[in-house]
Write a protein that binds this ligand. Sequence first.
Ligand code: C2E
Ligand code: MG
Ligand code: MG
Ligand code: MG
Length: 281
Amino acid sequence: YAAKHSGQGTAFFSPELAAGRQQRLSLEAKLHHALTAGELQLNYQPVWELDSGRIIAVEALLRWRDDEGHMISPATFIPVAEEIGLMGALSEWVIEEAARQLASWREAGLELTMGVNLSVSQLQGPEAARAIHDQIVALGSDPRWWLLELTEEAVMKTPEAVMEAMRLLSDAGFRLALDDFGRGYSSLARLQAMPLHTLKIDKLFVDSLQEEVPDDRVVRTVVELARQFSLRVVAEGIEHIEQAQQLAKMGCSFGQGFWVSPAIPASEIPALMQGRVSPMH
Ligand code: C2E
Ligand code: MG
Ligand code: MG
Ligand code: MG
């Protein structure tokens, strides 16, 4: 690409690009290793009810500390896992780990919903959906305790096979969420046809509430859309109490963000649930 568009035949071999390619190759090799070497971990970010301050759910988020101790972001390694065909194994690991954690919290009396992010590449058809269902049930979990998150962007680009998988999961009792909502290009026809439970408003629009020239139009529109479709709304990326207050006033019921907590190790969740978030009303 660089060589073609820069007008310089040498651009493709620039040291920067060579380094990028090298980094990429080593990332692929390291990722294979990470999965078996126990370098991956799930951290959990709480989701709370804005009105009551009650923590009702957590979202499981992948963390990878490589053998040199560097934290690598899922935004960096998930696309690589996708390209090298490692997403299936990775998703299986995530579900198993999250299911075990959920079972242990439920045994301790914590009534949490478990949110996990799925890639649409893992949902190509009914067999894939059945595999997820069977894995979760085999681990002693009830599908109704789960929120399966798919990004709006991915779902809207996706073939009918994924819709079929979503319907099967929903019929089995799983709750489904569109993640990063507002960033993709939702077709209202698709939205109407999908068995959704939750819309997660992207952080971008929660940020807009706090800008120098505040803009609440997208949040208001999504809340109204959700009301019409009888869906739950979760606002992502709440970093300030003012945002939580505004969101609650606009009719958004649930929130997630650094204002309460980033994703943390499972062992820290019970203590966080004891002290409650300050209610908005
Ligand atoms: P996501 O599912 O939208 O997850 C929310 C992201 O926003 C997380 O980033 C979280 O740490 C971040 N976040 C939450 N609240 C705040 C806040 O108040 N401020 C800021 N600055 N950030 C906040 P993270 O953990 O880096 O994950 C990035 C994305 O990687 C996720 O976005 C999700 O799409 C993907 N991902 C993470 N774990 C998994 C996984 O197990 N499977 C799949 N397929 N994707 C995953
Ligand atoms: Mg998510
Ligand atoms: Mg999101
Ligand atoms: Mg995201």
